[in-house]
Design a protein around this ligand. Structure first.
Ligand code: PLP
Length: 365
């Protein structure tokens, strides 16, 4: 068997090869490549899929995050609460605008520990950024309540949680703005970069629509200093193809993950858990081990690749030395960074591949 990689984007392409190729040709032949029919249709279809009123396509997930805070007027002198154990882009979405991230420890589901938010609220706090990490919806009921109580904006980073739900409601629709990435490895992945903002607030949606296109409503009339962050027609068209198959794709990843949960029985690893009331779309299957490096080396020796999401928490990254948050200040976050490991999981993974991975892990001593 060839080496088993943590992810296989080619498999995802071949699953719907004919539809992707037909759409790509259609877009190429259309003569219209930026902000056209495909983008408008995708925005409508993705909003409907989530149960949101408006969707605005953007160039990336990071753009969705920083533009969200920019449009909400959150910047210098403001604080935004976010979990410590996230991908650094969540934090950059806050700091690009000059705002300060205030980190909260995660719970045992790798998401923000809602019980630890209130103690971090100060006069400067303007918003909470919830990240639905690895594909599992966060514990939203207490977060929504706290944001109402303290009059805070609620932004969701759904880059890993397309379609995941908490208490029957889709992530991205709980607060003011939901931010999505369509980076190729995400559950709803494009064939290049892409992102989107969703909101129920028409005014916010309109502001983002203007901001993404140089602050221009009408050609050559610029209302504000905006940016260039447009989803292109090719990505939007290809995303529409994938979106039509989302329920099958989600079901496939769920089936593979449930098989892992049922069959992995090594005493040297901890399996991921699912919160009551939450759904998990399994962007990653993340186990933990106190002997992680040994496990990585052992699996490499068996031609099985793994990845760490993420080895350095944002507060300890070189980029954020200026925040002066010392090592040891977020012990759970740091413990996760030292022990988490994502094992192979992708659409198009074969039974033989998965059984090989399960046998290898269970055989580890
Ligand atoms: C991927 C990701 C982003 C950034 O998305 P890009 O499209 O790569 O800019 C932000 N937050 C999280 C949690 C992500 O996983």
């Amino acid at each position: 068997m060839e080496k088993i990689m943590p992810n296989r984007l080619d498999r995802g392409f071949y699953q719907y090869q004919e539809e992707f190729e037909a759409k790509a040709l259609e877009v190429l032949r259309s003569g219209w490549y930026v902000l056209g029919r495909e983008v408008a249709s995708f925005e409508e279809e993705f909003a409907a899929y989530l149960g949101a009123k408006h969707c605005v396509g953007l160039a990336s997930g990071l753009d969705a995050l920083w533009i969200a805070f920019r449009i909400l007027g959150i910047g210098k002198g403001d604080e935004v609460i976010v979990q410590g154990n996230t991908y650094i882009a969540s934090v950059m979405g806050i700091t690009i605008n000059g705002a300060t991230p205030v980190f909260v420890e995660p719970d045992e589901y790798f998401n923000i520990d809602a019980a630890k938010i209130e103690e971090k609220i100060t006069k400067k706090t303007k918003a909470v950024l919830v990240v639905h990490l690895y594909g599992q919806a966060s514990n939203m009921t207490p977060v929504v309540k706290l944001c109402k109580k303290h009059n805070l904006r609620l932004v969701e980073d759904c880059a890993q949680s397309h379609g995941a739900k908490f208490a029957g409601r889709t992530t991205g629709t709980f607060g003011d703005i939901g931010c999505f990435s369509f980076y190729p490895s995400k559950n709803l992945g494009a064939f290049g970069d892409g992102g989107a903002i969703v909101t129920d607030d028409e005014k916010l949606a309109e502001d983002v629509r203007v901001f993404r296109n140089y602050g221009s409503e009408k050609r050559y009339y610029n209302r504000v200093v905006g940016t260039n962050s447009r989803l292109d027609e090719m990505q939007a068209g290809l995303l529409r193809v994938r979106l039509r198959h989302m329920s099958e794709l989600e079901e496939e990843k769920r089936r593979i993950s449930e098989k892992y949960l049922k069959n992995l029985d090594s005493p040297h690893i901890m399996l991921p858990r699912i919160r009551e009331g939450a759904t998990h779309i399994w962007h990653q299957f993340v186990i933990r081990s106190g002997r992680r490096q040994e496990l990585i080396d052992y699996l490499n020796g068996k031609e099985i690749g793994t990845i760490i999401h993420y080895p350095i928490p944002p507060h300890l990254s070189e980029a954020y030395v200026y925040l002066h948050i010392p090592q040891g200040s977020l012990p759970i976050t740091e413990e996760y960074a030292d022990t988490v490991l994502s094992i192979p999981l992708y659409n198009g993974m074969t039974d033989a591949e998965q059984e090989y991975v399960i046998d290898a892990i269970n055989g580890w001593r």
